[in-house]
Design a protein. Structure first.
Length: 488
Protein backbone atom coordinates (compact mmCIF):
# COMPACT_ATOMS: atom_id res chain seq x y z
CA UNK A 1 0.00 0.00 0.00
CA UNK A 2 2.82 2.40 0.89
CA UNK A 3 4.58 1.66 -2.40
CA UNK A 4 1.36 2.36 -4.38
CA UNK A 5 0.71 5.65 -2.57
CA UNK A 6 4.33 6.70 -3.02
CA UNK A 7 4.17 5.97 -6.73
CA UNK A 8 0.85 7.90 -6.98
CA UNK A 9 2.43 10.93 -5.27
CA UNK A 10 5.51 10.73 -7.44
CA UNK A 11 3.42 10.71 -10.59
CA UNK A 12 1.62 13.84 -9.39
CA UNK A 13 4.92 15.49 -8.44
CA UNK A 14 6.24 14.69 -11.87
CA UNK A 15 3.19 15.96 -13.75
CA UNK A 16 3.10 19.26 -11.85
CA UNK A 17 6.83 19.70 -12.40
CA UNK A 18 6.04 19.52 -16.13
CA UNK A 19 3.27 22.07 -15.78
CA UNK A 20 0.68 19.32 -16.40
CA UNK A 21 -1.62 18.86 -13.44
CA UNK A 22 -4.65 17.46 -15.30
CA UNK A 23 -6.10 14.04 -14.36
CA UNK A 24 -9.45 12.28 -14.99
CA UNK A 25 -11.03 9.47 -12.97
CA UNK A 26 -12.42 6.50 -14.90
CA UNK A 27 -15.11 3.99 -14.01
CA UNK A 28 -13.62 1.47 -16.47
CA UNK A 29 -10.06 0.48 -17.38
CA UNK A 30 -8.72 3.30 -19.65
CA UNK A 31 -5.85 1.24 -21.13
CA UNK A 32 -5.58 2.01 -24.86
CA UNK A 33 -8.17 4.77 -24.73
CA UNK A 34 -7.43 8.11 -26.46
CA UNK A 35 -5.89 10.58 -23.95
CA UNK A 36 -8.03 13.53 -22.86
CA UNK A 37 -5.72 14.52 -19.99
CA UNK A 38 -2.10 13.86 -19.01
CA UNK A 39 -3.05 11.23 -16.37
CA UNK A 40 -6.02 8.97 -15.59
CA UNK A 41 -6.99 7.08 -12.42
CA UNK A 42 -8.85 3.78 -12.21
CA UNK A 43 -9.33 1.59 -9.10
CA UNK A 44 -6.38 3.24 -7.34
CA UNK A 45 -3.96 2.81 -10.28
CA UNK A 46 -2.42 5.65 -12.25
CA UNK A 47 -2.29 5.73 -16.06
CA UNK A 48 -0.09 8.04 -18.15
CA UNK A 49 -0.52 9.25 -21.73
CA UNK A 50 1.91 7.54 -24.15
CA UNK A 51 1.70 8.17 -27.91
CA UNK A 52 -1.82 9.57 -27.51
CA UNK A 53 -3.26 6.59 -25.56
CA UNK A 54 -3.39 5.66 -21.87
CA UNK A 55 -1.09 3.03 -20.40
CA UNK A 56 -0.57 1.97 -16.77
CA UNK A 57 2.17 4.15 -15.25
CA UNK A 58 5.45 2.41 -14.36
CA UNK A 59 8.88 3.70 -13.27
CA UNK A 60 9.98 3.20 -16.87
CA UNK A 61 7.33 5.42 -18.52
CA UNK A 62 7.01 8.02 -15.76
CA UNK A 63 7.74 11.53 -17.20
CA UNK A 64 11.18 12.67 -16.00
CA UNK A 65 11.12 16.46 -16.38
CA UNK A 66 10.71 17.16 -12.63
CA UNK A 67 11.68 13.91 -10.86
CA UNK A 68 14.78 11.82 -11.56
CA UNK A 69 13.94 8.11 -11.99
CA UNK A 70 17.00 5.88 -11.57
CA UNK A 71 18.61 2.94 -9.82
CA UNK A 72 20.77 3.79 -6.79
CA UNK A 73 23.96 3.18 -8.75
CA UNK A 74 23.03 5.72 -11.44
CA UNK A 75 21.79 8.57 -9.19
CA UNK A 76 23.66 11.70 -10.36
CA UNK A 77 25.63 13.68 -7.76
CA UNK A 78 25.94 17.45 -7.50
CA UNK A 79 22.22 18.25 -7.93
CA UNK A 80 20.56 21.41 -6.61
CA UNK A 81 19.69 21.06 -2.93
CA UNK A 82 16.36 19.29 -2.48
CA UNK A 83 16.26 17.76 -5.98
CA UNK A 84 13.79 14.80 -5.85
CA UNK A 85 14.41 11.36 -7.33
CA UNK A 86 12.66 7.98 -7.50
CA UNK A 87 14.89 4.98 -6.70
CA UNK A 88 13.52 1.90 -8.43
CA UNK A 89 15.71 -0.73 -6.73
CA UNK A 90 15.67 0.27 -3.04
CA UNK A 91 16.70 -2.42 -0.58
CA UNK A 92 14.03 -1.04 1.76
CA UNK A 93 11.58 1.81 2.17
CA UNK A 94 14.35 4.28 3.20
CA UNK A 95 17.21 3.04 1.00
CA UNK A 96 18.72 5.76 -1.20
CA UNK A 97 22.34 4.53 -1.14
CA UNK A 98 22.53 0.70 -1.39
CA UNK A 99 20.16 -0.55 -4.10
CA UNK A 100 19.77 -4.07 -5.43
CA UNK A 101 16.16 -4.44 -4.22
CA UNK A 102 12.80 -3.79 -5.82
CA UNK A 103 11.30 -1.09 -3.57
CA UNK A 104 10.33 2.33 -5.00
CA UNK A 105 11.84 4.98 -2.69
CA UNK A 106 11.32 8.76 -2.90
CA UNK A 107 14.75 10.40 -2.29
CA UNK A 108 16.21 13.90 -2.29
CA UNK A 109 19.69 15.42 -2.78
CA UNK A 110 20.83 16.78 0.60
CA UNK A 111 23.81 18.76 -0.66
CA UNK A 112 26.44 15.99 -0.37
CA UNK A 113 24.48 12.73 -0.70
CA UNK A 114 21.09 11.24 -1.50
CA UNK A 115 18.66 10.49 1.35
CA UNK A 116 14.99 10.12 2.07
CA UNK A 117 12.75 13.13 2.60
CA UNK A 118 12.64 14.14 6.29
CA UNK A 119 9.39 13.28 8.05
CA UNK A 120 7.22 16.22 9.07
CA UNK A 121 3.74 17.41 9.80
CA UNK A 122 1.35 17.86 6.97
CA UNK A 123 0.01 21.01 8.67
CA UNK A 124 1.65 24.41 8.21
CA UNK A 125 3.41 25.90 11.25
CA UNK A 126 3.43 29.40 12.63
CA UNK A 127 1.09 32.20 11.58
CA UNK A 128 -0.71 32.91 8.32
CA UNK A 129 1.68 34.39 5.79
CA UNK A 130 4.86 33.02 7.40
CA UNK A 131 7.49 30.89 5.67
CA UNK A 132 7.99 27.25 6.66
CA UNK A 133 11.08 25.47 8.06
CA UNK A 134 11.97 22.14 9.69
CA UNK A 135 11.43 22.64 13.40
CA UNK A 136 12.68 19.35 14.93
CA UNK A 137 10.73 17.27 12.45
CA UNK A 138 7.66 19.51 12.38
CA UNK A 139 6.82 22.53 10.23
CA UNK A 140 7.50 25.89 11.91
CA UNK A 141 6.80 29.43 10.73
CA UNK A 142 9.30 32.26 10.30
CA UNK A 143 9.27 35.89 9.19
CA UNK A 144 12.23 37.58 7.45
CA UNK A 145 13.69 40.54 9.33
CA UNK A 146 16.75 42.72 9.26
CA UNK A 147 18.04 43.83 5.86
CA UNK A 148 15.25 42.19 3.82
CA UNK A 149 11.56 41.34 4.00
CA UNK A 150 9.68 38.60 2.17
CA UNK A 151 6.05 38.57 1.13
CA UNK A 152 5.36 34.80 1.09
CA UNK A 153 2.04 35.32 -0.64
CA UNK A 154 3.66 36.94 -3.72
CA UNK A 155 7.26 35.74 -3.38
CA UNK A 156 8.57 39.34 -3.52
CA UNK A 157 11.85 39.89 -1.60
CA UNK A 158 12.66 43.48 -0.70
CA UNK A 159 16.17 44.43 0.55
CA UNK A 160 17.12 47.98 1.58
CA UNK A 161 20.23 47.41 3.70
CA UNK A 162 23.46 45.41 3.98
CA UNK A 163 24.42 44.39 7.54
CA UNK A 164 22.10 47.09 8.84
CA UNK A 165 23.53 49.83 6.63
CA UNK A 166 21.23 51.32 4.02
CA UNK A 167 22.24 50.96 0.42
CA UNK A 168 24.34 53.74 -1.18
CA UNK A 169 22.84 55.48 -4.21
CA UNK A 170 25.08 53.39 -6.49
CA UNK A 171 23.13 50.31 -5.44
CA UNK A 172 20.35 51.34 -7.80
CA UNK A 173 22.62 52.84 -10.48
CA UNK A 174 23.80 50.93 -13.57
CA UNK A 175 27.55 51.01 -12.90
CA UNK A 176 28.18 48.85 -15.97
CA UNK A 177 27.66 52.11 -17.86
CA UNK A 178 30.80 54.19 -17.29
CA UNK A 179 28.87 57.45 -17.78
CA UNK A 180 27.05 56.74 -14.48
CA UNK A 181 30.37 56.67 -12.52
CA UNK A 182 31.47 60.23 -11.89
CA UNK A 183 34.29 59.77 -9.33
CA UNK A 184 36.62 57.30 -7.64
CA UNK A 185 39.28 54.86 -8.87
CA UNK A 186 38.91 51.11 -9.25
CA UNK A 187 41.88 49.16 -7.87
CA UNK A 188 43.28 46.11 -9.68
CA UNK A 189 41.35 43.65 -7.49
CA UNK A 190 38.11 45.13 -8.82
CA UNK A 191 39.11 44.72 -12.47
CA UNK A 192 38.16 41.62 -14.48
CA UNK A 193 40.70 38.86 -15.00
CA UNK A 194 40.83 39.70 -18.71
CA UNK A 195 40.25 42.90 -20.65
CA UNK A 196 39.39 43.12 -24.33
CA UNK A 197 40.86 46.32 -25.76
CA UNK A 198 38.87 47.21 -28.84
CA UNK A 199 41.03 48.21 -31.79
CA UNK A 200 44.19 46.59 -30.41
CA UNK A 201 47.05 47.82 -28.23
CA UNK A 202 49.53 50.51 -29.24
CA UNK A 203 52.75 51.87 -27.78
CA UNK A 204 50.75 54.46 -25.85
CA UNK A 205 49.02 51.59 -24.02
CA UNK A 206 52.32 50.94 -22.22
CA UNK A 207 53.60 54.52 -22.00
CA UNK A 208 55.66 55.34 -18.93
CA UNK A 209 59.02 54.30 -17.53
CA UNK A 210 59.32 50.60 -16.73
CA UNK A 211 55.79 49.67 -17.81
CA UNK A 212 55.54 46.03 -18.91
CA UNK A 213 53.14 43.30 -19.93
CA UNK A 214 53.04 40.59 -17.24
CA UNK A 215 50.89 37.76 -15.96
CA UNK A 216 50.80 35.38 -12.99
CA UNK A 217 51.80 31.89 -14.11
CA UNK A 218 49.14 29.19 -14.16
CA UNK A 219 48.78 25.71 -15.63
CA UNK A 220 45.99 26.89 -17.94
CA UNK A 221 44.61 30.12 -19.34
CA UNK A 222 41.88 31.94 -17.42
CA UNK A 223 40.24 32.35 -20.83
CA UNK A 224 39.51 28.94 -22.31
CA UNK A 225 41.28 28.19 -25.57
CA UNK A 226 38.43 27.88 -28.03
CA UNK A 227 37.68 28.14 -31.71
CA UNK A 228 37.93 31.73 -32.92
CA UNK A 229 39.76 33.04 -29.81
CA UNK A 230 43.47 33.99 -29.66
CA UNK A 231 44.86 34.34 -26.12
CA UNK A 232 48.34 35.01 -24.67
CA UNK A 233 48.99 33.75 -21.11
CA UNK A 234 51.83 32.91 -18.66
CA UNK A 235 52.35 29.14 -18.35
CA UNK A 236 53.57 27.68 -15.04
CA UNK A 237 54.93 24.53 -16.72
CA UNK A 238 57.18 26.04 -19.39
CA UNK A 239 57.66 29.31 -17.42
CA UNK A 240 57.04 31.14 -20.63
CA UNK A 241 54.19 32.83 -22.41
CA UNK A 242 51.87 30.48 -24.25
CA UNK A 243 49.48 31.34 -27.04
CA UNK A 244 46.03 29.81 -27.42
CA UNK A 245 45.41 29.04 -31.06
CA UNK A 246 41.96 29.57 -32.50
CA UNK A 247 41.50 25.80 -32.90
CA UNK A 248 41.36 25.24 -29.13
CA UNK A 249 44.99 24.13 -28.57
CA UNK A 250 47.95 26.10 -27.19
CA UNK A 251 51.66 26.39 -28.03
CA UNK A 252 54.64 28.15 -26.39
CA UNK A 253 55.34 31.58 -27.82
CA UNK A 254 58.77 31.49 -29.47
CA UNK A 255 61.07 34.55 -29.54
CA UNK A 256 63.87 35.37 -32.01
CA UNK A 257 67.36 36.34 -30.87
CA UNK A 258 67.35 39.10 -33.48
CA UNK A 259 69.47 37.31 -36.09
CA UNK A 260 66.63 36.09 -38.31
CA UNK A 261 67.11 36.78 -42.04
CA UNK A 262 64.04 37.35 -44.18
CA UNK A 263 63.31 34.28 -46.30
CA UNK A 264 65.40 31.91 -44.17
CA UNK A 265 64.16 29.09 -41.97
CA UNK A 266 64.39 29.54 -38.17
CA UNK A 267 66.38 27.17 -35.94
CA UNK A 268 65.47 26.44 -32.32
CA UNK A 269 68.21 27.24 -29.80
CA UNK A 270 66.05 26.34 -26.81
CA UNK A 271 62.48 25.36 -25.91
CA UNK A 272 61.17 28.86 -26.70
CA UNK A 273 63.97 30.67 -28.58
CA UNK A 274 64.86 30.89 -32.28
CA UNK A 275 67.87 31.90 -34.35
CA UNK A 276 68.55 32.02 -38.09
CA UNK A 277 69.34 28.62 -39.63
CA UNK A 278 71.10 29.94 -42.71
CA UNK A 279 68.81 27.77 -44.86
CA UNK A 280 66.69 29.59 -47.41
CA UNK A 281 63.07 28.49 -47.36
CA UNK A 282 63.19 28.45 -51.17
CA UNK A 283 65.57 25.47 -50.94
CA UNK A 284 63.22 23.42 -48.76
CA UNK A 285 62.31 20.05 -50.27
CA UNK A 286 58.74 18.96 -49.57
CA UNK A 287 56.79 15.79 -50.31
CA UNK A 288 53.88 16.03 -52.71
CA UNK A 289 51.95 13.47 -50.62
CA UNK A 290 52.27 11.61 -47.35
CA UNK A 291 54.15 8.30 -47.20
CA UNK A 292 51.99 5.19 -47.39
CA UNK A 293 54.11 3.40 -44.77
CA UNK A 294 56.80 4.11 -42.19
CA UNK A 295 60.47 3.87 -43.35
CA UNK A 296 59.73 4.68 -46.99
CA UNK A 297 62.34 6.66 -48.95
CA UNK A 298 61.66 10.09 -50.45
CA UNK A 299 62.96 10.47 -54.02
CA UNK A 300 62.97 13.50 -56.31
CA UNK A 301 59.71 14.10 -58.16
CA UNK A 302 61.53 15.94 -60.94
CA UNK A 303 63.44 19.19 -61.32
CA UNK A 304 61.22 20.84 -58.71
CA UNK A 305 62.02 20.83 -54.98
CA UNK A 306 59.53 18.12 -54.15
CA UNK A 307 59.82 14.41 -53.57
CA UNK A 308 57.69 11.28 -53.63
CA UNK A 309 57.82 8.41 -51.12
CA UNK A 310 58.62 4.89 -52.31
CA UNK A 311 59.62 1.62 -50.68
CA UNK A 312 63.36 0.99 -51.14
CA UNK A 313 63.93 -1.12 -54.31
CA UNK A 314 66.37 -3.88 -53.32
CA UNK A 315 67.70 -5.51 -56.52
CA UNK A 316 69.09 -9.07 -56.34
CA UNK A 317 71.08 -10.18 -59.43
CA UNK A 318 71.06 -13.90 -60.31
CA UNK A 319 73.69 -14.75 -63.01
CA UNK A 320 72.64 -17.79 -65.03
CA UNK A 321 76.27 -18.63 -65.99
CA UNK A 322 79.92 -17.53 -65.58
CA UNK A 323 83.24 -18.32 -67.20
CA UNK A 324 85.96 -18.66 -64.55
CA UNK A 325 89.30 -19.46 -66.22
CA UNK A 326 87.62 -19.54 -69.61
CA UNK A 327 85.34 -22.45 -68.72
CA UNK A 328 81.56 -21.93 -68.90
CA UNK A 329 79.72 -23.07 -65.76
CA UNK A 330 76.09 -22.70 -64.64
CA UNK A 331 74.99 -20.40 -61.81
CA UNK A 332 71.50 -21.89 -61.45
CA UNK A 333 69.79 -25.29 -61.23
CA UNK A 334 68.12 -27.23 -64.07
CA UNK A 335 67.34 -30.79 -65.09
CA UNK A 336 69.76 -32.82 -67.19
CA UNK A 337 69.76 -31.85 -70.87
CA UNK A 338 67.76 -28.65 -70.38
CA UNK A 339 70.51 -26.01 -70.75
CA UNK A 340 74.11 -25.86 -71.92
CA UNK A 341 76.61 -23.44 -70.31
CA UNK A 342 78.33 -21.78 -73.29
CA UNK A 343 81.09 -19.19 -73.71
CA UNK A 344 80.09 -16.09 -75.64
CA UNK A 345 83.62 -16.01 -77.11
CA UNK A 346 83.13 -12.55 -78.53
CA UNK A 347 85.80 -10.03 -79.46
CA UNK A 348 85.10 -8.14 -76.23
CA UNK A 349 82.59 -10.27 -74.32
CA UNK A 350 84.35 -13.27 -72.75
CA UNK A 351 81.39 -14.08 -70.50
CA UNK A 352 79.07 -17.08 -70.54
CA UNK A 353 75.37 -17.84 -70.86
CA UNK A 354 72.97 -20.78 -70.72
CA UNK A 355 71.78 -21.92 -74.13
CA UNK A 356 68.48 -23.63 -75.00
CA UNK A 357 66.17 -23.69 -78.02
CA UNK A 358 62.75 -21.97 -77.46
CA UNK A 359 60.87 -24.33 -79.76
CA UNK A 360 62.24 -27.28 -77.75
CA UNK A 361 61.64 -25.64 -74.35
CA UNK A 362 63.67 -25.58 -71.12
CA UNK A 363 63.40 -24.49 -67.49
CA UNK A 364 65.78 -23.41 -64.71
CA UNK A 365 65.48 -22.66 -60.99
CA UNK A 366 67.12 -20.49 -58.35
CA UNK A 367 66.38 -19.51 -54.73
CA UNK A 368 66.38 -16.17 -52.90
CA UNK A 369 65.06 -14.86 -49.57
CA UNK A 370 62.24 -12.37 -48.97
CA UNK A 371 63.85 -9.87 -46.55
CA UNK A 372 62.44 -9.48 -43.05
CA UNK A 373 61.61 -5.85 -43.87
CA UNK A 374 59.81 -6.67 -47.14
CA UNK A 375 56.94 -4.23 -47.83
CA UNK A 376 54.20 -6.84 -48.13
CA UNK A 377 51.82 -4.34 -49.73
CA UNK A 378 53.94 -4.60 -52.90
CA UNK A 379 55.05 -7.84 -54.57
CA UNK A 380 58.55 -8.29 -56.06
CA UNK A 381 59.44 -7.65 -59.71
CA UNK A 382 61.53 -9.80 -62.05
CA UNK A 383 63.53 -8.96 -65.19
CA UNK A 384 65.03 -11.65 -67.47
CA UNK A 385 68.00 -10.72 -69.68
CA UNK A 386 68.93 -12.78 -72.76
CA UNK A 387 70.40 -12.52 -76.27
CA UNK A 388 68.91 -13.74 -79.56
CA UNK A 389 71.84 -15.98 -80.51
CA UNK A 390 71.65 -16.95 -84.19
CA UNK A 391 67.85 -16.39 -84.36
CA UNK A 392 66.55 -13.82 -86.85
CA UNK A 393 62.97 -15.16 -86.88
CA UNK A 394 60.63 -16.91 -84.48
CA UNK A 395 59.41 -15.97 -81.02
CA UNK A 396 60.76 -16.24 -77.47
CA UNK A 397 58.35 -16.53 -74.53
CA UNK A 398 59.24 -16.53 -70.81
CA UNK A 399 56.99 -17.81 -68.00
CA UNK A 400 57.94 -17.53 -64.32
CA UNK A 401 56.57 -19.40 -61.29
CA UNK A 402 57.17 -19.02 -57.56
CA UNK A 403 57.09 -21.42 -54.59
CA UNK A 404 57.48 -20.15 -51.01
CA UNK A 405 58.37 -22.09 -47.90
CA UNK A 406 58.89 -21.08 -44.27
CA UNK A 407 61.83 -21.35 -41.92
CA UNK A 408 59.89 -22.43 -38.83
CA UNK A 409 59.52 -26.12 -39.72
CA UNK A 410 55.84 -25.77 -40.65
CA UNK A 411 56.08 -26.03 -44.46
CA UNK A 412 57.74 -28.55 -46.77
CA UNK A 413 60.98 -27.65 -48.55
CA UNK A 414 59.43 -28.97 -51.76
CA UNK A 415 56.43 -26.64 -52.23
CA UNK A 416 54.39 -26.57 -55.43
CA UNK A 417 55.10 -23.82 -57.97
CA UNK A 418 52.43 -21.24 -58.71
CA UNK A 419 52.73 -19.97 -62.28
CA UNK A 420 52.35 -16.31 -63.24
CA UNK A 421 50.93 -15.18 -66.57
CA UNK A 422 53.47 -15.58 -69.37
CA UNK A 423 55.32 -12.50 -70.53
CA UNK A 424 54.39 -11.23 -73.98
CA UNK A 425 56.24 -13.07 -76.72
CA UNK A 426 59.18 -11.38 -78.40
CA UNK A 427 59.85 -11.86 -82.13
CA UNK A 428 63.51 -12.27 -83.04
CA UNK A 429 64.70 -10.02 -85.90
CA UNK A 430 68.50 -9.83 -85.58
CA UNK A 431 71.18 -12.24 -84.44
CA UNK A 432 73.28 -11.70 -81.30
CA UNK A 433 71.30 -8.75 -79.86
CA UNK A 434 70.20 -8.29 -76.24
CA UNK A 435 66.61 -8.50 -75.05
CA UNK A 436 64.87 -8.22 -71.64
CA UNK A 437 61.42 -8.96 -70.27
CA UNK A 438 60.06 -7.58 -66.95
CA UNK A 439 56.97 -8.04 -64.82
CA UNK A 440 55.60 -8.09 -61.27
CA UNK A 441 54.70 -11.21 -59.33
CA UNK A 442 51.09 -11.64 -58.16
CA UNK A 443 51.21 -14.96 -56.27
CA UNK A 444 53.71 -14.02 -53.54
CA UNK A 445 51.18 -13.67 -50.74
CA UNK A 446 50.88 -14.96 -47.17
CA UNK A 447 48.21 -17.38 -48.40
CA UNK A 448 50.97 -19.03 -50.46
CA UNK A 449 53.39 -19.02 -47.47
CA UNK A 450 55.25 -15.97 -48.84
CA UNK A 451 56.07 -13.91 -45.75
CA UNK A 452 59.06 -11.77 -44.70
CA UNK A 453 61.99 -14.11 -44.18
CA UNK A 454 60.63 -16.84 -46.47
CA UNK A 455 62.92 -18.69 -48.93
CA UNK A 456 61.45 -18.50 -52.44
CA UNK A 457 62.16 -20.83 -55.37
CA UNK A 458 61.76 -19.21 -58.79
CA UNK A 459 61.25 -21.30 -61.94
CA UNK A 460 61.95 -19.63 -65.29
CA UNK A 461 60.53 -21.53 -68.28
CA UNK A 462 61.49 -20.90 -71.93
CA UNK A 463 59.20 -21.52 -74.93
CA UNK A 464 58.41 -20.05 -78.34
CA UNK A 465 58.96 -20.80 -82.02
CA UNK A 466 62.58 -19.69 -82.47
CA UNK A 467 64.54 -22.67 -83.82
CA UNK A 468 68.08 -21.77 -82.66
CA UNK A 469 69.49 -21.52 -79.16
CA UNK A 470 69.15 -18.24 -77.28
CA UNK A 471 71.67 -17.09 -74.65
CA UNK A 472 69.99 -16.70 -71.21
CA UNK A 473 72.22 -14.43 -69.11
CA UNK A 474 70.64 -13.42 -65.80
CA UNK A 475 67.55 -12.50 -63.80
CA UNK A 476 67.16 -9.45 -61.55
CA UNK A 477 64.69 -9.66 -58.66
CA UNK A 478 63.63 -6.28 -57.21
CA UNK A 479 62.01 -6.42 -53.74
CA UNK A 480 60.29 -3.35 -52.19
CA UNK A 481 61.68 -2.90 -48.64
CA UNK A 482 60.99 -0.70 -45.64
CA UNK A 483 64.62 -0.47 -44.61
CA UNK A 484 65.54 -1.85 -41.20
CA UNK A 485 69.00 -2.68 -39.88
CA UNK A 486 68.93 -6.47 -39.57
CA UNK A 487 70.85 -9.68 -40.20
CA UNK A 488 69.68 -11.33 -43.40
Amino acid sequence: MKKTLLFFCLLFATSFAHGQGDITYWATDPTGQVCTTTFASYQGFLYTCIAGHYAKATPQNLPTGGVIISTVAKLPAGQPLGTPAVVTDGAGSTDCTVGGGSTLVFCRWGGSSWGTFPAGSASAGGLTGQGQYNNSGALGGWTASGDCTINFATGVVTCTKTNGTSFAPSATTDTTNATNISSGTLNNSRLPSSINISGGMTASSFSGTGNAFSGTEASSSSIACALGIDVLWADSVSHWFKMCLNNGSSVPLAASDGTMVNGNLPKATGPNSLTDSGVASANLVTASAAASAAKQTCISSGTSKSCTYISFPDAKIVPFAAAPGGTAVSGVTYASGQWTPTLRAGTNNIGAALQAIPSTGAALQFVFELPADWDTTQQPFISIFYASGANTTGTVIWTVSSACSKQDGSVTDDPAFIAESAFASQTMASANVNWAKSGQFTAMTSLNNCIPGSPVMIKVALSGTAASAINAKKAVITIPRLLTVQAE
